[in-house]
Design a binder for this molecule. Structure first.
Ligand SMILES: [Ca+2]
Ligand SMILES: [Ca+2]
Length: 388
């Protein structure tokens, strides 16, 4: 019986080990890209650009004029809604529409075509929608990874001016960091110019600063000072100079606040430190205070062509027009992160309370020392005086 129990026990152990090994290998295999909540970009109206120049400011038909973009990711899919000036599913003679995402999967502008490694696009050809996924090479070659024609998934709603895009991130090997451009274009097949509206490069994970403080709060009396350590982490892949600001809503003049230093350099995806020196002025009233801290930095423009020496080459994002993409109007590229730090100002002590506190600390010693003086030293001195 003992032998049987030992046998069953060893089988259970072996099986458990196999399960653990299997699960850990699965975990390693399932790489996942960053997830983030719904974000929004506002895009100007009537800012379509001609394909072959940086001349912008056109209306087009409205179906390629992006007004706003919402995008979100659960780490497996990147989903976006392109809000347009208008959208009509009907075929317009002589015009083909396309909506897409250009992906710089390694965030490296030197790999792929103009940095672009993949394209996910929904386009109409003679009234039929197609969804294609392509991989792009730096020498201009294109590999079709997927071609769904006709594409019958719901990506628009009749009478509504939006289209929805979705990119399966596992197809591009679930990068931990990547950059995207959203675009809408209309090709005129009867000789009129082609128009495009597109964003600058958008970093994923989103460009942000994460501020942490140590300690998390301070308790000070009037006349006291202290400091907090500020640690700033950056998710941005370039070195930046960032400015620190502060403000107070309550009694702004009884707490003196200074950053040391007020300007910091943060390395790519790195960390930098500053210090917030806090001085409570003598006349400060007791009560809570909140120091509002803001860090901000202006990112250099990350336009598809502006930073790329290859912008004069005949390259099209559709891979068939032989036309470069013009720089779009600037997207907002200021990264700003607010946070707040609580301070509690204690009431200043009265003279009586100061004496009481002093007595609590030193009273016992004073009493003891006084006893020695009056009981031993003074009688000795008196005796000496008598003998003289
Ligand atoms: Ca627009
Ligand atoms: Ca690239």
């Amino acid at each position: 019986m003992k032998l049987l129990t030992r046998y069953i026990f060893s089988i259970i152990c072996s099986f458990s080990l196999l399960v653990i090994l299997y699960l850990s290998s699965i975990h390693e295999l399932i790489a996942i890209s960053p997830s983030f909540p719904r974000l929004e970009i506002i895009d100007p109206a009537s800012d379509l650009c001609l394909f072959v120049s940086d001349i912008c400011g056109y209306n087009g038909t409205g179906s390629s004029d992006i007004r706003a973009i919402n995008y979100i990711s659960d780490g497996k899919f990147l989903n976006a809604t392109l809000w347009l000036a208008s959208f009509n599913n009907n075929t317009t003679p002589g015009i083909e529409k396309a909506y897409g995402i250009l992906i710089n999967a390694d965030s490296d502008n030197k790999t792929g075509m103009l940095g672009i490694d993949y394209k996910v696009e929904i386009l109409s050809i003679n009234g039929t929608w197609t969804k294609i996924i392509e991989e792009w090479s730096s020498n201009g070659d294109v590999k079709t990874l997927s071609d769904i024609t006709p594409y019958n998934e719901t990506f628009f709603e009749e009478g509504r001016a939006y289209v929805m895009l979705s990119a399966d991130l596992s197809v591009i090997h679930s990068p931990s960091r990547y950059k995207v451009i959203f675009y809408a274009e209309e090709e005129n097949t009867v000789g009129n110019p082609d128009y495009i509206d597109h964003t600058n490069w958008i970093n994923i994970p989103p460009s942000e600063f994460i501020i942490s403080t140590s300690p998390n709060s301070l308790l000070l009396k009037p006349g006291e000072d202290d400091f907090i350590k500020l640690q700033v982490n950056s998710t941005i892949g370039i070195e930046l100079e960032a400015n620190l600001y502060h403000s107070q809503k309550e009694s702004a003049d009884d707490v003196s606040v200074d950053f040391i230093p007020p300007v910091i350099r943060i390395p790519p995806y790195g960390t930098s430190m500053s210090r917030l020196q806090i001085n409570i002025l003598q006349y400060a009233e007791p009560g809570p205070r909140t120091i509002h801290i803001t860090i901000n930095s202006t990112l250099p423009s990350d336009s598809l062509l502006r930073n790329n020496p290859a912008k004069t080459t005949e390259t099209s994002i559709s891979g068939k027009n032989g036309a470069p993409i013009p720089p779009s109007l600037e997207n907002n590229n200021v990264v700003e992160q607010p946070t707040s730090f609580p301070i509690t100002i204690k009431r200043a002590l009265t003279q009586g309370e100061i004496f009481k506190a002093f007595w609590n600390d030193y009273g016992e010693f004073i009493t003891y020392f006084g006893g020695i003086v009056t009981g031993t030293i003074l009688p000795g001195i008196a005796k000496k005086i008598k003998f003289r």
